[in-house]
Design a protein around this ligand. Sequence first.
Ligand code: PMT
Length: 230
Amino acid sequence: PKSITGNAPHIVITAGPTREALDPVRYLSNHSSGKMGYALAAEAAALGARVSLISGPVNLATPHGVERIDVETAMQMHQAALRLAPQAALFIGCAAVADYRADSAAEHKIKKTDDSDTLTLTLVKNPDIIAEVAALPANQRPVVVGFAAETQDLAGYAQDKLQRKGLDMIVANDVSQQGLGFGSDENAALLFWRVTSGTEQLAAPPQPKTQLAALIIRQALTLLPTQSSG
Ligand code: PMT
């Protein structure tokens, strides 16, 4: 669509990495720049949607007309997502959420010791944010679109995540390819979405993330229940 007509849907998007503190000066994170998620937010807002962008720490300007909620950890992203998702029409999880956090962040800087050459960290699982959104009761559940960042068997792992997390659509990107995925301005993706008879798919070749975002939003909007005007 050129623009969204009628009641503007509320779209909640997560973007960027999360940061999991190990001690007051160190953290676990990943290479997500936020570019893909911010491009989705900009595109959705340009089409006329009301957009809430839950963002991990990134160096990007807030897209025009977008409400931005800054978070740092997966636990904070989880809290913001579960607060906003029940009122939303569409939830898109583009953030690279840390699967694990330190079981307890040290209160003081962890010191290097002379008596051992190894340091053991104990990590605990973070909640799976998108799976929890997808498991909301039917009257609170938005249409749910996830991403899958893979380095092998893109289609297989992505379809597995679509089913296992209970999503409506998944955008699979191969993050081992030079110039695509994390940090770059371009990306390519395989899209899978559910239809009554199974799943349908679309392969999007390498292109600017802004352009891919438009394609993803367009496809996601087709999954929204059509509103009766009566
Ligand atoms: O930010 P950029 O530099 O532009 O890079 C874009 C990107 C590569 C980060 C993006 O395109 C992408 O693939 N995002 C998802 C990254 C990821 O964490 O994928 P995953 O396969 O580990 O997770 C699958 C899905 O579950 C994702 O929708 C993720 O947001 C969600 N998830 C994962 C773990 C968790 N604890 N909670 C979640 O909600």
